[in-house]
Write a protein that binds this ligand. Sequence first.
Ligand code: PMT
Length: 413
Amino acid sequence: MADLENRKILLGVTGGIAAYKGIELVRRLREVGARVRVVMTSGARRFVTAQSFQAVSGEAVRDDLWDAEAEAAMGHIELARWADQVLVAPATADFIARLAAGMANDLLSTLCLATDAPVWVAPSMNRVMWANPATQANVRQLETRDVTFIGPASGDQACGEVGLGRMSEPAEIVAALVDGGSGVVQSLAGRHVLITAGPTRERIDPVRYISNHSSGKMGYAIARAAVAAGARVTLVSGPVALATPRGVDRVNVESAAQMHRAVHDAVGDADVFIATAAVADHRPVAPAAHKIKKTGDSVTLTLEQTPDILASVTALPASPFAVGFAAETRDVELYAEQKLKKKNLDMIVANRVGEDDGQMVGFGTDENAVTVIWSDGRQVLPRATKLSLAHELIAIIAERMAATGSARSNRSA
Ligand code: PMT
């Protein structure tokens, strides 16, 4: 097992019964070479003393944003900069909610807001609190902001109940940190992954455009998962309201033509191309130079096809491993199989979209459910967060690339 030699870990301990496991966690982190500084919330101090953490970490423990001596030198900013990684374990439901809301009302939450370091969270709470939609919404929100969750685990709880919510064991938390991302295998280390995400906008006149409901969430989740798997990632993004994931090189575009250009600028050394974007299939032939006025009852727009970006990539003499998405409202897998062949892809992700009992599925949601299809196999990925599906998809892509013996495509021309 690789170790955490000289990794500077800021361990945040919040007020749950599992705080006592923090002592063993510090000991195990130091065994694998990490330097650990502990920050406790006021709730944590009710379960464990600062002296215990000081003794096992060999470092001063901080628990107060208003510590005059430490803050004379802006101690919280110094700590936020010091950390290579922030780990909050145990993290209570209250702390997770404060983190999701971006609050800075104690030292630990302020540090999490002020740091550039990756933030990892090991939740610990009663199973009903964990399952509560408010907690689940906070977790999803944090996942979209690159916070990594370890656990929780299932089992006996301090309150006498049994279920999902107890903190993962210190050994599991350390193993996850050593692996570099919730146990994410570095399956794409050294690879360049090019991804398209979001919608495109096709101009009708200076104030109107043709577009669709894509939020970019699926593509951005895939970008995050590819980074976690060790890849260099270029994300060509249509207009979305999402933050750029850590470690991703983002190129902003608006129209299909711009996306086509940006993809071909970056595809030269790409090993994998994943086309998640919902590219408009048609655009006005002649966008108006000025706002179209209401001169009659109807307006006629003449549309032409946009360039098929994905097909243009697989037509290259040295195409990367190409993965398409097929967004369909019916006969999803059938249409996806047709696109797999027609666009000459290595793999396609069949994604049912549209309305389900009045609720949008696929587009805009935090969760998705897809079937991954390749020439002689398929795998159903049941409903889960887009980030969790993205990790599974990246693992399947790495497996298929290994099976075909190369990053480059083995498709027939
Ligand atoms: O962004 P979200 O809100 O998270 O939603 C995710 C999603 C539903 C948009 C995503 O999961 C998805 O299914 N994306 C593909 C949408 C789509 O346009 O599918 P399509 O069947 O029209 O196109 C097939 C494939 O060709 C896609 O990989 C698409 O990116 C690509 N394409 C299509 C047209 C075009 N001109 N150029 C392309 O590259």
